[in-house]
Design a protein around this ligand. Structure first.
Ligand code: NAD
Length: 257
């Protein structure tokens, strides 16, 4: 009875930014729970490899290359996927970038806008396009990938653009949740700590800086992608049927200090 609530058999799920990192692990978690998954990403080569890896494991997975910053793309991609595999039950808005080590006083408009465009504007357009059809059917679950950087200003790396974008993702999540709660569509977010992916590797491989992150974490380590994918699986499933507008922190205790 209880474990069945985590099953996603017969459901269709879309994950953005799924060619690597947290998105790739999430696609696998949803597929393992029984969903037919559509992986989407900016990078067609890495996307094809991620889809192949899931197909090789026997999972039903498809790949759709797509840039979340293209204003017309979310609706077009939604319509295309719905026509090909059927109505979408689950959307995971995971695509995100960081441009870090950028002091605010010298940050260019370009660097500010680029991060906001992917992390916030693209995510909103995906929520709008996929959420609209979920509302028409009266059911659906959206999980947004926020960050603990939406609660705190990161240190030592300066990245006001990223931090502001993730705080906005959290509040957008709450706002959509209350608009759509009575119409069968749940909207939640996960707020991860530093997870060992390409994204943080680009910020720094400097052991001294990484020690800052690890030393600031009561668990004394970075997170793994599977540890975030499990939270997303939970939020996407009926096991979280009473949850909407929640920002679930998965941070090894970072925010407690
Ligand atoms: P990653 O860089 O490993 O993977 C991100 C994926 O998103 C890449 O495959 C990339 O091609 C894709 N992507 C980037 N821009 C895109 C666009 N415009 N359209 C479509 N796809 C695009 O990153 P990750 O660490 O797995 O991060 C995934 C999400 O988790 C992001 O939203 C990130 O902000 C968030 N997050 C990461 C961490 C961390 O420490 N890694 C912590 C908190 C939150």
């Amino acid at each position: 009875m209880y474990l069945d609530k985590f099953r996603l058999d017969g459901k269709h799920a879309v994950v953005t930014g799924a060619a690597r990192g947290i998105g790739q692990a999430t696609a696998e978690a949803l597929a393992e729970a029984g969903a037919e998954v559509v992986l989407t990403d900016l990078d067609p080569g890495a996307l094809a490899a991620a889809v192949d890896a899931l197909n090789t494991k026997g999972f039903a997975a498809h790949g759709v290359p797509f840039d979340v910053t293209d204003p017309a793309a979310p609706q077009r991609i939604h319509d295309d996927i719905a026509a090909r595999i059927g109505a979408i039950d689950i959307l995971v808005n995971n695509a995100g970038i960081a441009i870090s080590n950028e002091p605010a006083e010298t940050m260019s408009d370009e660097v500010w806008n680029k991060v906001l465009d992917v992390n916030l504007n693209g995510l909103f357009r995906c929520c709008r396009a996929f959420g609209r059809s979920m509302l028409e059917r009266g059911s659906g679950a959206i999980v947004n990938v926020g960050s603990m950087a939406g609660f705190i200003a990161t240190r030592p790396q300066e990245q006001a653009n990223y931090n502001a974008s993730k705080a906005a993702v959290h509040h957008l999540t709450r706002s959509l949740a209350v608009e759509w709660a009575s119409r069968g569509v749940r909207v939640n977010a996960v707020a991860p700590t530093y997870i060992d992916t390409d994204l943080v590797r680009k910020v720094s491989m400097d052991p001294n800086l990484r020690q800052y992150w690890v030393g600031g974490t009561p668990m004394g380590r970075l997170g793994r992608v599977d540890e975030i994918a499990s939270v997303i699986l939970f939020l996407a499933s009926d096991a979280a049927s009473l949850m909407t507008g929640s920002i679930v922190v998965a941070d090894g205790g970072y925010l407690c200090w």
